[in-house]
Design a binder for this molecule. Structure first.
Ligand code: SAM
Length: 238
C-alpha cells in the first residue's frame, strides 16, 4: 500500500508541526514517563517517525528503538531515512487491518507483538488508540504489559470521555456523535477514523492487563477546563 493521503498531507504540508509535535512528545516521554537515554524503547504505530526522529539525538548508541507500523511505505521510508544513519533504530512492518489505513490484514485484537516478554523499559502509542476498536485496545494494553519489563512505563494517548468531556466535546471541533458499545465514533463508515473511550473503561482494561497505575494528563481536544498538557489525553501506565 502507498503512503496514505493522510500521512502525505501531514508530512508535506505540516512538516513544521510534525517536527514540533515530536519534540513535545520527547519532553513528555522524559518528564512524564521517566524515559532515560539508556532505555530500550518500543514505538507502537511508528508512522513516519515523528517520535523517532527527535530521539535519535537522545538515546545512547547502546540503547535501542523498535517501531512497528501497519503502513509498509511508512516503514520503508523510516528505514531509509533513519535506520541508515542510526542502526540502533529499527522499523518493522506488520500486516494488520485498519479501515482508515490498510484494507487487508490480520485483526489487531489478536495480534501478538513480535518481541519477547520484558524486552523494553519504555513504550508508547501516540495517536494510535484513537484509531483502534475496543478489542484491539484491550489486546494492545495486554501485549504492551507483556513486552515491557516489570517497573517499565507505557505512555498512550486517547480521546477520553468522562462526565465533563462528554458534554464539552459536543460543542468542540471533535464531536463524537455515535456511541456503540464501549466506544464513541465520529464516523459510522470508518470506525478507525477517530475513536474515543470512557476513561474509567481504559483504566479498568489496563488493570485487567496487569498495569498497576494509570496517571492521566487531560488534553485540550474536548474543550474541557484546565487542560494544559497536549491536544490528546495522555495516560502513563506503570
Ligand atoms: C495518526 S497516526 C500516528 C503515527 C505516529 N504514532 C505519530 O505519532 O506520528 C496513526 C498510526 O497508527 C497506525 N496504526 C493503525 N492501526 C494500527 C495497529 N493496529 N497497530 C499499529 N499501528 C497502527 C497507522 O498506520 C498510523 O501510522
Amino acid at each position: 500500500m502507498g503512503l496514505s493521503f493522510h500521512h502525505l498531507e501531514r508530512f508535506l504540508l505540516e512538516e513544521e508541526i510534525f517536527l514540533e509535535n515530536g519534540l513535545k512528545y520527547k519532553k513528555y516521554f522524559i518528564e512524564l514517563g521517566g524515559l532515560k537515554a539508556k532505555d530500550h524503547v518500543l514505538d507502537i504505530g511508528s508512522g513516519l517517525g515523528r517520535m523517532a526522529i527527535p530521539l535519535t539525538n537522545y538515546l545512547h548508541k547502546k540503547a535501542s528503538y523498535e517501531g512497528f507500523e501497519i503502513v509498509k511505505s511508512a516503514v520503508d521510508d523510516c528505514s531509509k531515512r533513519i535506520t541508515k544513519k542510526f542502526p540502533n533504530f529499527s522499523f518493522r512492518h506488520v500486516y494488520i487491518e485498519n479501515d482508515l489505513y490498510v484494507k487487508n490484514g490480520a485483526c489487531a485484537s489478536k495480534f501478538v507483538f513480535p518481541y519477547d516478554q520484558n524486552n523494553f523499559d519504555f513504550a508508547w502509542a501516540s495517536s494510535v488508540f484513537t484509531h483502534l476498536e475496543p478489542d484491539a485496545v484491550i489486546n494492545y494494553l495486554k501485549e504492551a504489559r507483556r513486552v515491557i519489563r516489570p517497573g517499565g512505563r507505557f505512555l498512550a494517548t486517547f480521546f477520553l470521555m468522562d462526565q465533563e468531556s462528554i458534554i464539552t466535546s459536543q460543542k468542540s471541533k471533535y464531536p463524537f456523535k455515535f456511541k456503540i458499545h464501549d466506544a464513541w465514533y465520529m464516523s459510522k463508515i470508518s470506525k478507525g477514523a477517530n475513536v474515543a473511550f470512557e476513561e474509567k473503561k481504559i483504566v479498568q482494561w489496563a488493570n485487567d492487563a496487569g498495569w498497576k497505575k494509570a496517571k492521566t494528563f487531560h488534553g485540550s481536544w474536548s474543550g474541557r477546563k484546565g487542560a494544559t498538557t497536549d491536544f490528546q489525553d495522555i495516560i502513563i501506565f506503570s
